[in-house]
Ligand binder design. Structure first.
Ligand code: HEC
Length: 126
């Protein structure tokens, strides 16, 4: 009789722990996201020349330059970057450890956010 009682308690405990575990995991991720992008990440009035090109030059052109670019894509000019915008957005937002993530080790979340916003606004030559 007593054994059955304990067994029932454990069955209830397992889903309870699972729900709690998921809840805290989700909360942590959300908190990290807000912390990482930072309060002083300026994403209004983004300009390709002033804000976007320096990020691409600093993070991507070492591999995606003009001479025999790795991966077959050059990102040295506006037309290259705007032409590949959807592809770029996909690559920079992939999670750590994803083989297609660009750059592989990730970059400052504020830079990712600037690229996302600029691409979402139509990847303008401004
Ligand atoms: C250390 C070298 C390196 C850096 C830095 C790098 N890439 Fe790449 N990239 C590669 C390689 C290698 C490939 C080909 C393999 C693949 O598709 O993942 C590639 C492929 C790509 C592709 C797919 C091209 C296609 O034809 O589909 C895109 C888009 C891309 N990179 C964008 C970027 C962007 C944007 C950055 C900077 C934020 C960046 N990469 C930084 C090495 C790099």
């Amino acid at each position: 009789m007593e054994k059955r009682h304990i067994f029932k308690k454990q069955i209830l405990l397992i889903p309870a722990l699972f729900v709690l575990g998921l809840g805290s995991c989700y909360y942590d991720n959300e908190e990290d996201l807000y912390q990482d992008i930072g309060n002083d990440c300026e994403t209004t009035d983004l300009s390709f020349q002033r804000d976007i090109k320096p990020i691409i030059d600093g993070e991507c052109v070492v591999c995606h330059g003009n001479n025999d670019p790795i991966g077959g894509i050059s990102l040295t000019e506006y037309s290259h970057v705007s032409g590949a915008a959807t592809n770029i957005k996909d690559r920079i937002n992939r999670p750590p450890g994803d083989a297609l993530r660009m750059p592989q080790g990730g970059m400052d979340p504020c830079k990712v956010e600037k690229l996302n916003v600029w691409i979402n606004q139509g990847a303008l030559d401004n």
